[in-house]
Design a protein around this ligand. Structure first.
Ligand SMILES: Nc1nc2c(ncn2[C@@H]2O[C@H](COP(=O)(O)OP(=O)(O)OP(=O)(O)O)[C@@H](O)[C@H]2O)c(=O)[nH]1
Ligand SMILES: [Mg+2]
Length: 203
C-alpha cells in the first residue's frame, strides 16, 4: 500500500527531471488507455494525476514521489489521431529521450486496453524498448469492462499475437481496473520487489 504520494514537477525536458537517485517507473501507452487514472487508483488520490475522457490530456513528463522512496512517472499517450505531424515528432523525441536518458528508470509499464486487439503502435514501442534494453511489463487496463473469463481469453490472445511477431517470452503482466480498483496490489508488490533488489544492490 502507498502511504504518501505527492506531485513533484511537470517537464518538457528530460534534463530538468528530478535529480534524486530514486528508483523510477514510467507509465506509457496509447492516449486514453488509463495511465493517469491508474496512478490515482494506486495512490488512492483521485485527483493527483489529471485524467479526461478525451485523449491527449497528459502532455508533459510528470513526476510523482511515492513514500519518499521512489518515483512514478505519468507520460503523454502515443497514437493520438488528432495530433499534428509536428506534435507527433516532438512527442516521439521527448519520449525517446526520456527512456534513453533516465538512468534511474528501473522499468517501464506499457498499458494496453484489455478490450483491444494488439495494435502495431504498441508492439513497435515494445520492440523499441527491447532494442534499448529497457525492462518492461504489460498492464491490461479497464478490466472491469470484461467478465473474468473474457479477461483471461484477452490476455492469452495478446500473448499469442506477441509470439507470432517473434516474442520468445511473454513479459510480466498485470490485469487492472482503476474504476473498480483491482490489480493494484499485485502491481505494487512487483514494484516493491524491484525496489528491494535495487537497494540490496546498493548496500
Ligand atoms: N471503465 C474504466 N474506465 C477507465 C479506467 N481507467 C481509466 N478509465 C477512463 O478512461 C479515460 C481516460 O483515462 P486517463 O487516465 O485520462 O487516460 P490516459 O492514458 O492518462 O490518457 P492521456 O493522458 O490522454 O494519454 C477516462 O475517461 C477514465 O475515466 C478503468 O479502469 N475502467
Ligand atoms: Mg494521462
Amino acid at each position: 500500500m502507498i502511504r504518501k504520494a505527492e506531485f513533484v514537477i511537470s517537464n518538457t525536458a528530460v534534463d530538468r527531471c528530478p535529480k534524486e537517485p530514486l528508483p523510477e517507473y514510467a507509465f506509457i501507452g496509447r492516449s486514453n488507455v488509463g495511465k493517469s487514472s491508474l496512478i490515482n487508483s494506486l495512490t488512492g488520490q483521485r485527483h493527483l494525476a489529471k485524467t479526461s475522457g478525451r485523449p491527449g490530456k497528459t502532455q508533459l513528463i510528470n513526476h510523482f514521489r511515492i513514500d519518499d522512496n521512489w518515483f512514478l512517472v505519468d507520460l503523454p499517450g502515443y497514437g493520438y489521431a488528432r495530433t499534428s505531424k509536428k506534435d507527433k515528432a516532438a512527442f516521439q523525441k521527448l519520449i525517446r529521450a526520456y527512456f534513453t536518458q533516465r538512468k534511474q528508470l528501473l522499468a517501464a509499464f506499457v498499458l494496453i486496453d484489455i478490450r483491444h486487439e494488439p495494435q502495431p503502435i504498441d508492439l513497435e514501442f515494445m520492440e523499441w524498448l527491447h532494442d534499448h534494453q529497457i525492462p518492461f511489463a504489460l498492464i491490461f487496463t479497464k478490466a472491469d469492462k470484461l467478465k473474468p473469463g473474457a479477461r483471461t481469453r484477452a490476455t492469452e490472445a495478446y500473448f499469442k499475437a506477441m509470439a507470432e511477431v517473434g516474442w520468445v517470452e511473454a513479459p510480466p503482466h498485470f490485469v487492472t481496473s482503476s474504476s473498480k480498483n483491482f490489480g493494484q496490489e499485485e502491481l505494487l508488490n512487483y514494484i516493491e520487489g524491484i525496489n528491494a533488489d535495487f537497494r540490496a544492490g546498493q548496500a
